[in-house]
Write a protein that binds this ligand. Structure first.
Ligand code: BYC
Length: 322
């Protein structure tokens, strides 16, 4: 019995065989992967901005070296992910254009400001912590190049999370002022971190199809709950509090219950109206414009080399000795 290409594709997915760039795939699968991987790449690159803001103001040489290395890692993650998206037939320039014109999204979390040094610890512990919760399952996503990129990304992210926790741990054992900074940063980053996982399952238009294609392995709400359960325990070690009066261990479900997320705020931020959206996009566009001369010089250099190589390989120049 003959089965359609679409059915063969789903069978492969069901058998846990990775889809590779040259394999047949439904256009919608290609499109949704380009959307997710490119938005993921943009998030890594835009995510460098709030942290980069603190490189010159880190409180010690050690903290500066750690932060520099972390920000560099994020740039690397962006590059692996742009490369993975390119295998689906979109160019890097097109992806940048989509970001700069506001057509492509990036994670809502990077539209919040970093006001004090403790924010850097909170980003590492909470933002990278949420990112890992979402990204570890992506190591098993159905598209080969995305899954392989995520393996390395996750190794680096787990270091990021530990350094964030250690940074806050030091502050939480410090002076009264340092303890206050620590609690203030946790208060401001907690709710936006819960929003990172995306809308509630019953308001997430992409989840069902993405689960069937095994792009996603868990739903937005399932990952959000795992994150709450993890952080509700870890925060006890810091001696700090999560800013949620409804946070409570539930014996019956064996999970923490948590309060209502402000979804209006989430959609406002996603639609471009968060505290730093305009500033972040302006910084990326500026970097693109200011880098024009580098791209032109690199292209001219590559063309010159190409001419040299092709003249070296001209058949008249090769003595085959016959
Ligand atoms: N922010 O149907 P849904 C990092 C959009 S960077 C903005 O649930 P899906 C780091 C969503 O795109 C880590 N938009 O979608 C870097 C969709 O809109 P479109 C970033 C969001 O795709 C530097 C609509 O809402 N991680 O770790 O099934 C320093 C409906 O949503 C958000 C990734 O990118 C959001 N938070 O699920 C430190 C992970 N949430 O495109 C750290 C990869 C949802 O249809 N991405 N939207 O117009 C994913 O896993 C999934 O795309 C999501 C959303 C779970 C985010």
């Amino acid at each position: 019995m003959q089965i359609s290409l679409e059915e063969q594709f789903q069978q492969k997915i069901d058998q846990e065989i990775k889809i590779e760039p040259k394999d047949w795939m439904p256009e919608k699968y290609r499109h949704t992967l380009i959307r997710q991987i490119s938005q993921h790449a943009h998030s890594e690159v835009v995510g460098m901005l709030p942290e980069g803001n603190w490189i010159t103001r880190a409180p010690s040489l050690k903290r500066k070296a750690i932060l520099l290395a972390k920000v560099q890692d994020e740039a690397g993650h962006g590059l692996y992910l742009y490369s993975a998206a390119e295998t689906l037939g979109i160019s890097r320039d097109e992806m940048y254009e989509q970001l700069h014109s506001g057509r492509a999204k990036y994670s809502s979390i990077f539209n919040y400001p970093t006001l004090n040094w403790a924010d850097i610890g909170a980003i590492g512990w909470l933002v990278d912590g949420a990112a890992i919760m979402n990204q570890v399952p992506l190591c098993r996503t159905s598209f080969g190049p995305y899954a392989r990129a995520m393996v390395r990304v996750c190794k680096e992210e787990s270091f990021h999370q530990r350094q964030g926790f250690e940074c806050l741990w030091v502050l939480s054992k410090g002076t009264e002022e340092q303890k206050k900074m620590c609690q203030d940063a946790i208060n401001r980053w907690w709710w936006p971190c819960l929003m990172m996982f995306g809308p509630k399952d019953d308001e997430s238009p992409n989840t069902m199809q993405n689960m069937q294609w095994k792009i996603k392995r868990f739903t937005n709400d399932a990952l959000r709950q795992k994150f709450v359960d993890m952080i509700a325990e870890q925060i006890k070690l810091l001696g700090m509090k999560l800013p949620d009066p409804d946070l409570k261990w539930n014996e019956a479900t064996a999970h923490y219950d948590y309060g209502k997320i402000n979804w209006d705020e989430f959609w406002q931020v996603v639609q471009g109206n968060g505290p730093c959206n305009k500033e972040r996009l302006a910084a990326r566009k500026n970097a693109w414009d200011e880098g024009a001369w580098v791209r032109e010089a690199a292209t001219a250099h590559a063309e010159k080399n190409q001419i040299k190589i092709s003249s070296m390989l001209h058949p008249n120049d090769i003595n085959l000795g016959s």
